[in-house]
Design a protein around this ligand. Structure first.
Ligand code: CP
Ligand code: NVA
Length: 307
């Protein structure tokens, strides 16, 4: 039996595999825009398990799988035995005997790793406390569409040292770009959680303005991620100076892009004139979740296809 490939973190794939995925995502997007069918996954089923809320992840995986010719099963903690403490390994054994692919959004990364360990089919990380690889896959695809290769470029991360920040760090090590990170103290990125070997690909800045200076892409995320709601008040105070505004965009490259994985809070992590302004590509970024994940599902189930 060939080894099952999973996509649990960005570091699960090589630079060469990413080059293939970005090419496929562009091909698949072109077909979609031309209303041409591309259905390599007829009769395949994706199970989606959500233990946290979602708009983009659910719609992009569900619509994407139908467009590829397959079907989906949607489970949440509340309406499945997962919410009644059925062991994760038992759930993995059962679900993976009936479907071809599983996408999970949950809390601890260890939980998705345990599921994958007991799964007969590929498992995709649809966000954990530690990582959000599908989002960075779409973000880099979006950067490439607008500006070409990300190799050698600089990405400014302004805000929380969270799942998105960790995934950007992993991506920088694999794809050869720099991340300038600025977080309030107490919310720093942790290299060991990010799972990267060295600090060669990122640089930490106290002042968010300095992190943005010369950047090719400025990006941020909510101050309070899902699962951390109890810290909301403390975070609102700590993050007050980490709001991406037009002054930060002005010190970045003149053609710098702005991205945000969404949902966004205007007036908190980003000002409205930035996210709704001419440098923002957030709507392309959201749409590209679907095209990039269609390429990902095709790759996990069929390997490298070129037709
Ligand atoms: N960006 C993102 O993952 O959005 P959802 O939480 O709506 O899925
Ligand atoms: N960091 C955010 C991303 C939401 C898509 C969270 O984990 O809630």
């Amino acid at each position: 039996m060939t080894e099952v490939r999973h996509y649990l973190q960005f570091s699960d794939f090589t630079a060469d595999e990413y080059a293939h995925l970005f090419e496929r995502a562009a091909f698949i997007k072109k077909k979609f825009k031309a209303y041409e069918r591309h259905q390599p996954l007829v009769d395949r089923t994706l199970a989606m398990i959500f233990e946290k809320a979602s708009t983009r992840t659910r719609v992009s995986f569900e619509a994407g799988m139908y467009q590829l010719g397959g079907s989906v099963v949607h489970l949440t903690t509340g309406d499945s035995q997962l919410g009644r403490a059925e062991p994760i390994d038992d759930s993995a054994k059962v679900i993976s005997r009936m479907v071809d692919l599983v996408m999970i959004r949950t809390y601890e990364q260890t939980k998705i790793e345990k599921f994958a360990e007991h799964s007969r089919v590929p498992v995709i990380n649809g966000l954990t406390n530690e990582f959000h690889p599908c989002q960075i896959l779409a973000d880099i695809f979006t950067f490439i569409e607008h500006r070409g290769s990300i190799k050698g470029k600089t990405v400014a991360w302004v805000g929380d040292g969270n799942n998105m920040a960790n995934t950007w760090l992993q991506a920088s090590e694999i794809l050869g770009f720099k991340v300038h990170v600025s977080t309030p103290s107490g919310y720093e990125v942790d290299q060991s959680v990010a799972g990267i070997r060295s600090n060669d690909s990122y640089k930490v800045f106290k002042n968010p303005m300095e992190a943005c200076r010369g950047a090719d892409l400025v990006t941020t995320d909510v101050w309070t991620s899902m699962g951390y709601e109890a810290e909301n008040e403390a975070r609102r105070k700590a993050f007050a100076d980490w709001c991406v505004d037009s002054e930060m965009m002005a010190v970045a490259q003149p053609d710098a892009l702005f991205m945000h994985c969404l949902p966004a809070h205007r007036g908190e992590e980003v000002e409205a004139d930035v996210i709704d302004g001419p440098q923002s590509v957030v709507w392309d970024e959201a749409e590209n979740r679907m095209h990039a994940q269609k390429a990902l599902m095709e790759f996990l189930l069929l390997g490298r296809v070129n037709a």
